[in-house]
Ligand binder design. Structure first.
Ligand SMILES: Cc1ncc(COP(=O)(O)O)c(C=O)c1O
Length: 431
């Protein structure tokens, strides 16, 4: 049996698996078992911040493997204390307490618990098209309905008390408005939702600052300031899920810093450890963190492992030393401009959105092409041509978006190579 056959035979195929078997990676490139080279513009769901096979990371992890790997959350370690201090240093002012997790999902779970505990219960409001993970609370907050919510059976596992408001998605405005004249209906709708769902008894509003998996939805300027004001007005906590957007992906350490809006709780994961080991973090205001102290309401066996903390510390050290957040901003802008040129060239490329090295292109069909079929064909053609991206394509949400969140080490030359493949693939699909 080939690796792929063995994989398909034994692994629960709950993910769609492409017919590629990867066997090694170096920098921004990955190689399949036949030695074919691929440019990794998915960053493995934006986790691989430093790219693959970073020697310094490997050395630090080897050293830590020999020193100490597994220590439960009941004990302090030098690595955990150092990372906690570092996280507070790199985060927006006012976020002074930290806890660590294993994945973005469990970190969001903790954020929701923190909010509910601090507020003494109340509803959680999130946005349609937002994504927060696959554990119960995180999935309930997720606003992509044909995922768990619509699946009879699994949906019974979801907790109650989650309400989805209208997303700030100008390209597909739920109210049929145009950005210049809309008066930010989505913000008004959020206030109505808050009032209907408990007013000053709402526990929290949770969202990604830029909706990544929803199709790189960048809210209009001023939206988050408005949300912050509404949260303050009704006493609800604001939780930013920066599992994708955090750690430099959007050209600032955290995406919320771009608009100068500080949440009460901030969650990050994926790129925190550069994907070398699983890890995530939750930051919050001192008062919220201290309220939760010593009550054993959350913890995972592996969540504060020194190996995880060391990986995050080394990753952050390299990111800061090499100015990779700035690189994300500069190269991201370059990528954005080159994608805009594709929009001018191809009618089916309708919108280009993103900030830093988180970018997406919205695809529409043409007279004789269905956009969902086109999106799938484009994704597969790009993969065959050596470019890894992520395709967000959901019939009930009516959007097809090619999402890119490559490593922060991406260069302008890498962008040229990627855009050339996208161009060539689009042209092949439209023949
Ligand atoms: C915004 C966001 N939050 C949370 C998660 C869940 O993270 P994990 O897959 O590490 O559980 C994801 C995963 O894609 C995500 O995109």
């Amino acid at each position: 049996m080939t690796t792929l056959e063995r994989d398909k035979k034994y692994l629960i195929q709950c993910y769609t698996t492409d017919d590629v078997v990867f066997s090694k990676g170096k920098g921004i490139y990955m190689y399949d078992e036949n030695g074919k080279k691929y440019l990794d513009f998915s960053g493995q769901f934006s986790a691989c911040t430093l790219g693959h096979g970073n020697e310094e990371m490997i050395e630090a992890l080897k050293e830590q493997l020999e020193k100490l790997v597994s220590v439960t959350s009941c004990f302090a370690t030098e690595e955990r204390a150092a990372l906690a201090e570092k996280m507070v240093e790199i985060s927006p002012d006012g976020l002074d307490k930290v806890m660590f997790g294993c994945t973005g999902s469990d970190a969001n779970e903790f954020a929701l618990k923190l909010a509910k505990y601090f507020r003494g219960g109340g509803r959680i409001i999130s946005f349609r098209r937002g994504f927060h993970g696959s554990t119960a609370g995180a999935a309930a907050a997720t606003g992509k309905s044909e995922m768990i919510q619509e699946n009879s059976g699994i949906s019974e596992l979801l907790p109650r008390g989650f309400v989805h408001s209208a997303p700030p998605y100008c390209y597909h405005c739920d109210f049929g408005k145009e950005p210049d004249t809309c008066g930010m209906q989505c913000l008004k709708y959020l206030e109505q939702t808050m009032l209907h769902e408990g007013g000053d008894r709402i526990a929290a509003v949770i969202s990604e600052p830029i909706f990544a998996a929803g199709g790189v939805i960048v809210p209009p300027k001023g939206f988050w300031k408005g949300v912050r004001e509404l949260c303050d007005k009704y006493g609800a906590l604001l939780i930013f899920d920066e599992v994708v957007t955090g750690i430099g992906q959007t050209g600032s350490m955290f995406a919320c810093q771009y608009e100068g809006v500080t949440p009460d709780i901030l969650v990050t994961g994926k790129g925190l450890t550069s994907g070398y080991v699983p890890g995530s973090a939750i930051l919050c205001r001192r008062q919220i963190g201290e309220a939760m102290s010593k009550i054993s309401l959350h913890g995972h066996t592996h969540s504060c492992y020194p190996l995880t903390c060391r990986s995050a510390l080394k990753n952050l050290e390299i990111i800061q030393r090499e100015n990779l957040v700035e690189n994300s901003q500069v190269v991201g802008e370059y990528l954005h401009k080159k994608l805009l040129a594709l929009k001018d060239k191809y009618d089916v490329v309708k919108d280009v959105r993103g900030r830093g090295l988180l970018q997406g292109i919205e695809i529409e069909g043409s007279q004789n092409t269905d956009k969902f079929a086109l999106g799938q064909e484009l994704y597969e053609t790009m993969l065959r041509n050596g470019l890894i991206t992520e395709l967000e394509s959901r019939k009930n949400l009516e959007n097809v978006v090619v999402v890119m969140h490559p490593a922060l080490i991406t260069s302008k030359e890498n962008v040229d190579e990627a855009v050339e493949i996208i161009d060539k693939s689009l042209s092949a699909c439209l023949k």
